[in-house]
Design a protein around this ligand. Sequence first.
Ligand code: PTJ
Length: 247
Amino acid sequence: MTEIPDDHPRAESLRTRHRIEAGVEKGITSKQGLIAQGRGEAYDYLLGEETIPSAERAERAAAARLLLADHAVLSVNGNVAALVPGEMVELADAVGADLEVNLFNRTEERMAAIADHLRDHGATDVKGLAADARIPGLDHERAKVDEDGIHDADVVLVPLEDGDRAEALSEMGKTEIVVDLNPMSRSARVAAIPIIDNIVRAVPNVTEHARELKDASREELEAIVSEFDREAALEEAERAIRQGDLD
Ligand code: PTJ
């Protein structure tokens, strides 16, 4: 990998790009994942490559909602595994959630490679390999989930998700927390808590809020969730994109 100087104005973005490339080389990320990353980068550029205030509020609400869950599951795809494997393990630990590999382009090889990669980053239990339940209304491969994982969950964090599956999960009655840089995407629009931020910033931020809120009462957590206004957050992100100061 080419050395990226720290003072390069887009150093973080270039490092993220390299992590996705490495993910493809390791058989973790799909080639389509490269295209998805490019799309994400474009929105991130327009957002100023920073966590905007409405995303910060969404991240706090997400932490509170995950802490309130009976059974929270964090869904991991090939892009998430390449970009934030250790950070996802830390978030799962902080909120007591399960990790489940759930792929758009599912192959047994990629499922196993991602589960191994998460274990290398400290995960003890990785779900998704049993695939003994289905999400209704989706074609066979994309619908595969674990009975004691996503199928059973009341709250699911679905980062970088395709719109069909996000809609199908929401129709199953799950509370969805979506991380997606595009505030106009269908997945962001169906989410109870849309986080319009780069996954590399969003996941550590949610973990930080969760650690800070770990001794908060149920009432305090419920107040944080109910005060979060998803429509306002989506509008604020769209406005930031349309009016952003680009350099
Ligand atoms: O690993 P698989 O097989 O499950 O496939 C994963 C991808 C991402 C390829 C698949 O889910 C897909 O094709 O997704 P889409 O429909 O391209 O949607 C990805 C969304 O994530 C887009 O709206 C992007 O803007 C957004 N996105 C991309 N990179 C990031 C991101 N959002 C946050 N952080 C990113 N780094």
